[in-house]
Design a binder for this molecule. Structure first.
Ligand SMILES: [Zn+2]
Ligand SMILES: [Zn+2]
Length: 440
């Protein structure tokens, strides 16, 4: 046993007001206040310098340098552009805290003064705008802030922190790349893991869900093949744009007519590229789809339905069979039910009931997906993935009054209240780590 309780009693006698203020919550808030202008500047810097998956060189270097200054032992280029920062603080559990590093290939239209105008080379080699329209810039600032808070409070916990900066979450492949590069063998293997994602909920709140939190994702690339011809002579060719156009609408029948209507399942064609000018019938059309589901039977039905519909469209157009390639997949993120329940209780005690929503196992989670599931499925079973609210009540009320949904993640207008999102992220992640590694 240490002498900490005795010291605490002595301190309480000598400095009653200070001791009273030093709950974990108030101590965390004090650290955030002290570091806020720096965290805010970091967020603005990251927001205006976004990088695509596996291209996050500047982002990773920036975070690595900060973690080194805090005293972490940092390894860069784990899984191409990933970083692992380890801090040992005596005997105790190994706790992983994860942020994503990457942004999206899209043009930001938020109108923020520090909005991104960055362009980079996309997956297909073509130039694209790049934007932090999923909020990963908020997560990175909260990740640094959590490391700062835990170090400032290091007399309150024991164990090893493994702070992971994961690349290419949007490509659903950075998690696997880090595992393949020895994340759980070259570095301490985590007993617990935490991550948090900002979304369109009420700012200042956190949702803690038991069981499935995010959906399964399957990414499918389909190339419809045609026969190129002059635009004025369609009978001399086979038009892959017409094939693809039929497919885009027909494939929704898989959802409407084949899937169990009581179960969640989505098919979205997010990209359709074909042709170059008005008077040429091209010889191929490239489509990219994302499929989302929770139930394994639904997943099987919609994957099979998408492939069958694609083949049938080609057949109907007397075209060669399409190329169908499965690229990225990920399983649902499953939150450990006991840890989720325990963590929700301690968050309510620290933040107040109004800021914490607890969602039981059988209730629906998010429709979005996450390759954080790779870490959970690789053996880090005691894990919770939190949802952090991003919009102030004023913003939510304004959109509600107009009868419009608020811009969600991946919208070019997605602009969560970063002050609240980062602060809440730091509070939640720090309290969660103290909950499993704390002395009290
Ligand atoms: Zn995203
Ligand atoms: Zn995201």
């Amino acid at each position: 046993m240490s002498t900490r309780p005795l010291l605490a009693i002595t301190a309480a006698l000598l400095f009653p007001v200070a001791a009273q203020a030093a709950t974990p919550q108030s101590a965390i808030d004090a650290v955030i206040d002290r570091n806020w202008s720096d965290l805010d500047a970091l967020y603005v810097d990251l927001h205006s310098h976004p990088e695509l998956g596996f291209q996050e060189e500047r982002t990773a270097a920036l975070l690595a340098e900060r973690m080194r200054k805090l005293g972490f032992v940092v390894t860069e280029h784990v899984g191409k552009t990933g970083i692992v920062a380890v801090y040992r603080n005596g005997t105790g559990p190994v706790v992983l805290v994860r942020t994503e590093l990457d942004a999206l290939p899209m043009e930001e239209k938020t109108g923020l003064s520090y909005a991104s105008r960055v362009q980079a080379s996309g997956e297909d080699g073509r130039p694209t705008f790049v934007a932090h329209s999923c909020g990963h810039d908020n997560h990175m600032a909260a990740w640094i802030g959590t490391a700062e808070a835990l170090l400032a409070l290091k007399d309150r916990w024991h164990g090893t922190l493994v702070f992971v900066g994961q690349p290419a979450e949007e490509l659903v492949s950075g998690g696997k790349a880090m595992l393949d590069d020895g994340l759980f063998t070259r570095f301490p293997r985590p007993d617990y893991g935490f991550a948090a994602h900002v979304g369109p909920g009420l700012a200042g709140t956190v949702t803690v869900k038991q069981g499935p939190m995010t959906s399964a994702v399957d990414t499918i690339l389909i190339t419809f093949k045609g026969v190129g011809a002059h635009g004025s002579m369609p009978d001399k060719g086979i038009d892959p744009i017409v094939e693809g156009a039929h497919f885009v609408t027909d494939v929704q029948s898989v959802i409407a007519r084949e899937k169990d209507p009581f179960k969640f399942g989505v098919v979205t064609v997010g990209s359709f590229h074909a042709g170059s000018v008005s008077n040429i019938i091209p010889d191929h059309a490239d489509l990219q789809l994302t499929l989302r589901s929770y139930d394994p039977d639904v997943r099987r039905v919609i994957n099979a339905g998408v492939e069958r519909t694609a083949r049938a469209e080609a057949d109907m157009a007397r075209a060669p069979a399409p190329d169908i390639r499965h690229t990225f997949t990920a399983s649902p993120v499953i939150n450990d039910p006991a840890l989720a329940s325990r963590t929700a209780t301690l968050l309510k005690a620290a933040l107040g009931d109004a800021r914490v929503q607890f969602v039981p196992e059988n209730a629906p989670g998010w429709t979005a997906s996450e390759d954080y599931s790779e870490f959970v499925n690789a053996g880090m079973v005691h894990s919770v993935y939190f949802a952090i609210g991003g919009y102030t009540k004023d913003t939510l009320d304004r959109y509600a009054a107009q009868g419009k949904p608020v811009p969600v993640n991946h919208s070019p207008l997605f602009a969560p209240d970063h002050t609240s999102a980062i602060r809440t992220g730091i509070e939640v992640l720090t309290l969660a780590v103290l909950g499993v590694a704390g002395d009290g």
